[in-house]
Design a protein around this ligand. Structure first.
Ligand SMILES: [Zn+2]
Ligand SMILES: [Zn+2]
Length: 361
């Protein structure tokens, strides 16, 4: 009896243990990466975040949904619009490869013609809504650029341009004086390098530059897309319209505004004023006229590239000294070299984790 009982007893414990293992794995299931720590961008903008699945897609491949990426490239000036009867397909063809090369040149990225991590990261980042297509699209040097025909404002000297804020199209969580001060500082930076004065006026309709916050489609052919993605846009001279996406969480002080997706108002204002004056996008990453800016990032100081560009259009402000700009830029470059290498590594690791997570979910 005893051996028989013992046999069943062992079998019972063996199977109990086996089923226990099945229902409760010995090792805890791998938790998905905490996306908020991997990538702080585009938590609400699924379209661009999803582009991570094209990481390392190569020429000649067919990847489902690639047409969305082609639409993105078309929107920002890298692919021609297909004829009415055609649509973008999902094939990584030669034309698309050329578009990738052009994008990499314009964004100052390593030119590989491939959807590498640098390129995918750039594509997913929040950016200005203006197209990167300019009269200088084919240049190979990293440089500022103008709109086609090199338009600028013409007024008898001393040139004064007025600006006003839309009384209706605004946001309620920032005071008007905070918004006014952020723009005042942004205008001052351009004012200090060219012989142009900017004056605020209350008369919105007659102002040269009209500033407003708009949500979604606001009937100028460039609808906004919600949180992050496209942040703002402005039009070339002498249109004067400068629009900010009302869906963003605009910040004037990151110590007070804790949102992970907060966008610095003054930085975007400085960039868009550059467009209003006639500058297109620059391929110099450090410049204010570079088309991308991350959330919780402040980039307000004009760089040599921005100053050279705007002075080509308007000439220099007699009080501006190039030497001081050169000095400050050199010291900043030295200090930030190390930091950039570290943050790039972090972001590449983030992309890989995000891709593996999306691939398994
Ligand atoms: Zn822009
Ligand atoms: Zn608009």
């Amino acid at each position: 009896m005893f051996p028989f009982f013992s046999y069943y007893c062992i079998m019972f414990f063996f199977f109990s243990f086996f089923f226990l293992c099945l229902s409760r794995p010995c090792f805890p299931a791998r938790a998905p990466p905490d996306l908020s720590t991997v990538l702080t961008v585009d938590a609400h903008n699924a379209t661009w975040q999803g582009f991570v699945r094209f990481l390392h897609a190569g020429k000649g491949t067919h990847v489902s949904g690639m047409s969305e990426l082609k639409t993105y490239f078309n929107r920002f000036g890298y692919l021609p619009t297909p004829s009415p009867k055609e649509e973008f397909d999902d094939i990584f063809d030669t034309q698309f490869e050329s578009a990738v090369v052009l994008y990499q040149q314009n964004l100052g990225l390593p030119v590989t013609g491939k959807l590498d991590s640098d390129t995918i990261l750039a594509i997913m980042s929040p950016r200005c809504g203006m197209s990167d297509h300019t009269s200088h699209t084919l240049h190979t040097t990293r440089h500022f650029a103008f709109f086609n025909g090199q338009p600028r404002w013409f007024r008898p000297p001393p040139m004064t341009l007025t600006y006003a804020f839309s009384p209706n199209d605004t946001i309620d969580y920032l005071s008007s004086s905070d918004i006014q001060m952020a723009f005042r500082r942004a205008f001052s930076r351009w004012e200090s390098v060219i012989p142009v004065n900017f004056t605020e006026t209350m008369d919105y309709q007659s102002a040269n530059i009209r500033i407003g916050f708009y949500g979604g489609d606001h009937y100028d052919g460039e609808p906004f897309d919600g949180v992050l993605g496209v942040l703002a846009h402005a039009f070339s001279p002498e249109n004067g319209n400068l629009h900010l996406d009302a869906a963003e969480r605009w910040a004037v002080d990151f110590k007070l505004e804790k949102s992970k997706v907060a966008v610095d108002l003054e930085s975007v204002a400085t960039h868009e004023i550059g467009h209003v004056l006639g500058l297109a996008h620059s391929s110099v990453k450090e410049s204010v006229m570079y088309p991308r800016i991350g959330p919780r990032t402040k980039k307000v100081e004009l760089k040599i590239d921005d100053v050279s560009g705007i002075q080509t259009l308007y000439g220099p402000n007699p009080n501006f000294k190039y030497s001081s700009l050169l000095e400050s830029e050199n010291s900043v470059n030295q200090a930030s070299g190390q930091e950039r290498r570290f943050s790039r590594l972090t972001l590449v690791l983030g992309l890989i984790l995000l891709r593996s997570f999306l691939g398994t979910s």
